[in-house]
Structures are given as structure tokens and as C-alpha cells.
Design a protein. Structure first.
Length: 443
């Protein structure tokens, strides 16, 4: 990938060319927790009259053994989804897997400390056996899910598979301490991301990221091959989507310019996800990774500074002719700031941040993802903290409001584009998000 392939025009939402009709099937490949990007797709599927089916990642018992949902848990999950859930645990990753009676990777990491973690060796032959065990477990579960799903989808129906799996950080205390230094530390508390990912701990985490974030899309595509063949033979079509991140174009000096949250450890896994979609596309399978803008979520809050690019969406709303509705969003954001602090002053700080020589160095698409640096941490984390202090309430931030707008905009863009996607990897930048939001709210 030498340059982003960006979606510039709002896809049509009429039928045709939108292939999805009442009675077609939307399958969420990943459990729905709280509010996130997946909600936007589910809302569009519901509007289209599609049948909504989900899965579960399962739960861990007191011994960390994976189990299905209880009747009560299943009822809550189905109510949250607004559809039926196939109750076969599809927990991705291998950090808690091992051959019977042997330690898991998480067990191997349990004794690492902040003093010695960089020098602790790992048994890579054993870890590979754990990875194989985890992959076998996951693939077997996918086969069970597809067998059940096959009986739920009639011939000729169109099927939309939405892959939402991401993550893979082992739950060990030492990583929490390391992460606080890499993603939140500056000055004496700063730690280079290169130090982590050159270590054996870091290499294990990257392997698990690949399994959770990327390889699960391949397992989904492979596991649904029989179902896909039946659907296509009987006149239906099958589509696959996944959520990527590979930087976003935002307004810098009045022009939409690619930039990124640099210290993004899952970058290599997200690029692997892109390659899987490209390989499927080459085989005639319509799988599309949508690289979405930076937003604030429960999981992204560890990445201090990831939210800074969001502020430029306000300028994009006006640039794309948002009119009175765009002005109302500016006013809503003003209301969140302390008395005497202007939104214009806040936005000037973001402009200054983006114009800094430090940040310019990291706007290198070909080199992505780059490792962090002490000077980057100083300006990024410092700017993030300074802007947070400009608010009345640290729990009610402008970036929270803007994140909800991004979620609202991406849903219809992804849903309607997926009927006839332009490419296996597409960027949803601030321009198309703003156009979509303005279209929704200025009818």
C-alpha cells in the first residue's frame, strides 16, 4: 500500500445498487460490548429490515476455562444486539491457550517484573504449541458457528459479515506498568515503544495481535466458504467488512492531510488485516477493510493523544457545507469548555500542534507505524492534558461528542458502500464523514 485509497463520494443508499433487502442476513462476527463502531452498521442493517445474528466470545470461569453464555447472559447479550446470538464461544487469541496440562503464555508472563521483563526469555517452541492450540480451538468453534448459521439462512439471501475483532493484550500486571510509560509517560516516565517490541514480551504481544485482529478475518472467510458457495449458487451475494486503522486525513492548513496517532502498537496487525482483504478480493471475494478515524472509546483511552485529531472534524463540518447544524455542533462543544475559554483558542492549539516540526516528522505514510519518541510524547501528551484541563468536566469532553458523530457517520458509509465496494481497503477520512453527517442532518 503506497498511498491511502479514500472514499470521496457518499455511496447511494437506494435499491439497487444497494443489494441488502428486508429478510437478508447481517452477521456480527464479534460480540457487541457497549457503544462502538459496530453499532452504526447494526443500525443500518436494522433500517434495511435485515435479520441480525451475532456471536459471543464466551466467558472465562474461575479457572480461566472458556465457556458459553449462561441463559441470563445470553438474554442480556441478545437484548443488547437486537437479534439472536449463536452461543458458541469465539474468543480469539492464544494467550490463555495451551496443550492440556501445560502453562499458557499468560502463565509464562505472570512472574515478569518491571525490573527484569526486558531480559526474561520465553520458550518459543512452547508458545508456538500454545498458538496452534488456540488457532485449532478457534477454527473448530467457527465450524460450529457456521454449521448453525447455515440452517438459519435461506437460499438466495444476501449476507453481510461484519468482522469486529481486535485486541490481544495478555492480562498481566507487568504490561499495565509498561503501557503506562509507553502510552502515557513523558520526561523521566517516558519509555520507547521500540524497547517493548524488541523484547520477547513485545514479540509475543504482536503475535497475539495478529491472531485476534487480523487472522480471525481469514478464519471467517475460510470457515464460511461452504455457506458462501450455497448463497452465491442460489442467487445471493456475500460481503465481508472489517474495521481498520491506518491514519486519517484531517484538515491541516485548510487541506485534507494524512496524519496518524503514531504510538499505535496494533499497526502491523491492522496492515495484516488489509493484506487478508486484498488476497480475498483477488479471489473474487468482496472483503473490505474500512480504515476509520481516531475516536475515544474505553479501549482507546490508554492511548493519550489519539483524540487530538478529532477536533479538526469541527472545521470539516463547516468546510463541507454543514450550515446551521454544523454551527450547532460548535455551540455544543463550546458549552463543554470552562468559562473564559474559547473553542477557537482550543482549535488554535491543535493547529499549532499539527504545525509543529515534531508532528510533521510523523506524517510519513510509507513508514507507518513508526515508533514513539521522547519529543513526540512531550508535545502529544502535554497538548492532550492541556486541552483536557480546558473543559468544565473531565468526563464530559468535546472529543466524546465528536466521537459519537464519527460513529454516526461511518455506519451508513460502510453499509451502503459494501454493496458495491470500490476496493479491498478504503479510508474514511474527515471529509466523507462530514459530508455524510451533513447529509443526515440537513435534509
Amino acid at each position: 500500500m503506497i498511498a491511502p485509497v479514500s472514499l470521496r463520494d457518499i455511496p447511494p443508499n437506494n435499491i439497487p445498487p444497494n443489494i441488502f433487502r428486508p429478510g437478508d442476513v447481517f452477521v456480527l462476527f464479534g460480540e457487541l460490548f457497549g457503544r462502538g463502531y459496530a453499532n452504526g452498521l447494526i443500525n443500518e442493517a436494522r433500517k434495511a429490515g435485515m435479520v441480525i445474528i451475532g456471536i459471543t466470545v464466551g466467558r472465562r470461569d474461575e479457572n480461566n476455562a472458556l465457556r458459553a453464555l449462561t441463559a441470563e447472559e445470553l438474554a442480556i447479550a441478545e437484548s443488547n444486539l437486537g437479534g439472536r446470538i449463536i452461543n458458541v464461544p469465539l474468543m480469539a487469541g492464544f494467550d490463555l491457550d495451551a496443550p492440556a496440562g501445560e502453562p499458557t503464555p499468560t502463565d509464562l508472563l505472570a512472574n515478569m517484573t518491571l525490573k527484569d521483563w526486558q531480559n526474561d526469555p520465553l520458550d518459543w517452541q512452547h508458545i508456538e504449541r500454545c498458538r496452534e492450540a488456540g488457532v485449532e480451538r478457534f477454527k473448530n468453534a467457527v465450524a460450529q458457528v457456521m454449521a448453525e448459521l447455515d440452517g438459519m439462512i435461506a437460499d438466495g439471501k444476501n449476507v453481510f459479515f461484519a468482522h469486529t475483532m481486535a485486541g490481544g493484550i495478555p492480562k498481566v500486571k507487568v504490561f499495565l506498568a509498561i503501557a503506562n510509560r509507553i502510552y502515557k509517560g513523558r520526561g523521566e516516565r517516558f519509555m520507547s515503544s521500540r524497547v517493548l517490541f524488541d523484547s520477547e514480551l513485545g514479540k509475543l504481544i504482536l503475535m497475539n495481535f495478529d491472531e485476534v485482529t487480523a487472522n480471525t478475518l481469514q478464519y471467517l472467510i475460510d470457515g464460511s466458504a461452504t455457506l458462501r458457495a450455497r448463497i452465491e449458487k442460489t442467487g445471493g451475494q456475500v460481503r465481508y467488512t472489517a474495521y481498520g486503522y491506518h491514519g486519517t486525513e484531517i484538515l491541516i492548513d485548510g487541506e485534507y492531510t494524512w496524519q496518524t496517532y503514531t504510538n499505535y502498537s496494533q499497526g502491523p496487525a491492522k496492515m495484516r488485516l488489509e493484506r487478508i482483504a486484498e488476497a480475498a478480493w483477488a479471489q473474487g471475494i468482496k472483503a473490505t477493510v474500512y480504515n476509520c478515524p481516531e475516536i475515544r472509546t474505553n479501549s482507546s483511552d490508554i492511548f493519550v493523544g489519539v483524540e487530538l485529531s478529532l477536533f479538526m472534524l469541527l472545521k470539516a463540518l463547516k468546510k463541507e457545507n454543514g450550515g446551521a447544524w454544523a454551527e450547532a455542533q460548535w455551540q455544543a462543544c463550546r458549552a463543554l469548555l470552562q468559562e473564559g475559554i474559547s473553542l477557537e483558542n482550543l482549535l488554535q492549539k491543535i493547529d499549532d500542534y499539527n504545525a509543529s516540526e515534531v508532528m510533521k516528522k510523523f506524517r510519513n505514510f510509507a513508514a507507518w507505524p513508526m515508533e514513539n519518541s521522547a519529543e513526540l510524547a512531550e508535545i502529544m501528551i502535554g497538548t492532550s492534558e492541556e486541552i483536557t484541563q480546558m473543559h468544565k468536566d473531565r468526563k464530559e469532553l468535546v472529543t466524546g461528542l465528536l466521537s459519537s458523530l464519527v460513529l454516526e457517520g461511518t455506519g451508513p458509509l460502510m453499509f451502503h458502500e459494501t454493496s458495491n465496494p470500490a476496493a479491498p481497503v478504503l479510508w474514511l477520512n474527515h471529509d466523507i464523514i462530514a459530508k455524510q453527517l451533513n447529509l443526515i442532518h440537513n435534509k
